[in-house]
Ligand binder design. Structure first.
Ligand code: 5GP
Length: 134
């Protein structure tokens, strides 16, 4: 069954499309975190960015590099978050690879990541575990 985003690509579901080429589509998020919140989606449907072909990801990034500055100009913002959620545990709700472009401005009140202090031994242990898992 095609994903929600494939249905948007196929024009079965309406969306405010801001960019499209033969490999990538970008449209406004229906529940925007901030004005201009845009989703960049490869047309080749895969469940998440870790499963997508690297060519599809490069195509998305090419679009993000053009689109994000235009979004900042259009919304009068100073910066943006570009993020992709992988898996339900990370908050992914649509299982079709996509990147969020979320405009940010200083003092916009969006929650920041916590930065709890961590000791060097813990960092070294974690780095070792990751290297061994590769
Ligand atoms: P995720 O939670 O998977 O990282 O992001 C999915 C995004 O898709 C959410 O931010 C959600 O607001 C957006 N979304 C869900 N349904 C629709 C829809 O029908 N149209 C559009 N344009 N965005 C949607």
């Amino acid at each position: 069954m095609p994903s929600l985003f494939t249905k948007i690509i196929q024009r079965e579901i309406p969306a405010h499309i801001v960019y499209e080429d033969d490999r990538v589509i970008a449209f406004l998020d229906i529940f925007p975190v901030a004005d201009g919140h845009t989703l960049v989606v490869p047309k080749h449907e895969k469940p998440n960015a870790l499963a997508s072909d690297s060519n599809d990801l490069a195509d998305c990034w090419r679009v993000i590099q053009t689109l994000a500055p235009a979004i900042l100009r259009a919304t009068g913002t100073e910066g943006c978050v570009v993020v992709t959620n992988v898996g339900e545990a990370a908050g992914q709700s649509v299982p079709h690879t996509h990147f969020h472009i979320i405009p940010r401005r200083k003092g916009d009140g969006l929650p920041a990541w916590p930065n709890p202090p961590v000791d060097q031994d813990r960092l070294a242990r974690t780095a070792e575990q990751i290297k061994q898992a590769l």
